[in-house]
Design a protein around this ligand. Structure first.
Ligand code: PRP
Ligand code: URA
Length: 211
C-alpha cells in the first residue's frame, strides 16, 4: 500500500476541537487525561470501521431480531507509558479485548527506542492488534513495537496515534507498508531534539504530571 492509502488523519470536528485543547500548555494533567480518553475512543471508532460482524439472533421484549455481533478478537498494545491512557479508554468500548503492554522509551542521546518490558503472551489468539501511542515522532518506537508483534506471529496490525510528525509517518510506512496508521493530526516537523512541532510536548509527562 502507498503512504496515502495507509495513513488516515481524522477530519472530525470533535477530534480537531479536543486536539487543540490537548496541545494547550495551560491544560492540566487531569484535563489532559480526559482529553486523551475522548480522543482515543473517537479515533478507535474511525479505525475499526472494517471489523467483521457475524449474525446473532435474539429476542427483544417485542419479538425476534436478526442482529449481529463482533466476530473478531481485538488485542490492544499500549506503548508505555503514554499509551496507557489510550488503552484504558478503548477497553471501555471493547471490554473483551486483550491488553499486551510493551515498555519502550526513547533514549535521549541516540533517540532510538529501548525495550524494557514485554508482556506478550506465548499464544496470541486475536484477529487484529492495535498499537496505541499518542506520539509518532521519529517513528522508531512504533516501528519497533510493530516488529515485536510481527515476530510474535501477528499479521493484522494497525497503529493509533494522536499526533505525528511527517518524518515518523514516512519512516513507519517505509518499514511496515502493510500497517494502516490512524491519526488525529500530522504536524509540521521535528525539532533538533526530535520533538514534534507544534505537538504538545512530552505526552507521558503531560499525562502523568511528571514534568
Ligand atoms: C514517547 C511517545 C512515544 C515515543 C515517540 O515516549 O509516547 O512512545 O516517545 O517517539 P519516537 O517516534 O521518536 O520513537 P517516551 O520515550 O517519551 O517514553 P514515556 O512515554 O515513558 O515518557
Ligand atoms: N515524544 C513525545 O512525548 N513528544 C514528542 O514530541 C516526541 C516524542
Amino acid at each position: 500500500m502507498s503512504e496515502s492509502e495507509l495513513v488516515s488523519v481524522s477530519r472530525h470536528p470533535l477530534v480537531r476541537h479536543k486536539l487543540t485543547r490537548l496541545r494547550d500548555e495551560a491544560t492540566e494533567p487531569w484535563q489532559f487525561r480526559l482529553l486523551v480518553r475522548d480522543l482515543s475512543q473517537l479515533l478507535f471508532f474511525e479505525a475499526t470501521h472494517d471489523l467483521r460482524l457475524e449474525p446473532w439472533s435474539m429476542r427483544t421484549p417485542l419479538g425476534e431480531h436478526a442482529g449481529e455481533r463482533l466476530a473478531e478478537h481485538i488485542g490492544l498494545v499500549p506503548i508505555l507509558r503514554a499509551g496507557l491512557g489510550m488503552a484504558d479508554a478503548i477497553l471501555d468500548l471493547v471490554p473483551s479485548a486483550c491488553v499486551w503492554h510493551l515498555g519502550l522509551y526513547r533514549d535521549h542521546e541516540t533517540l532510538r527506542p529501548v525495550t524494557y518490558y514485554n508482556k506478550l503472551p506465548a499464544s496470541l489468539a486475536i484477529d487484529v492488534a492495535l498499537v496505541v501511542d499518542p506520539m509518532l515522532a521519529t517513528g522508531g518506537s512504533a516501528a519497533t513495537a510493530v516488529s515485536i508483534l510481527k515476530e510474535a506471529g501477528l499479521r493484522r496490525i494497525k497503529l493509533l496515534g494522536l499526533i505525528a510528525a511527517p518524518e515518523g509517518v514516512q519512516a513507519l510506512s517505509q518499514t511496515h507498508p502493510d500497517v494502516p496508521v490512524h491519526l488525529g493530526a500530522i504536524d509540521s516537523h521535528l525539532d533538533e531534539r526530535s520533538y514534534i512541532v507544534p505537538g504538545l510536548g512530552d505526552a507521558g509527562d503531560r499525562q502523568f504530571g511528571t514534568q
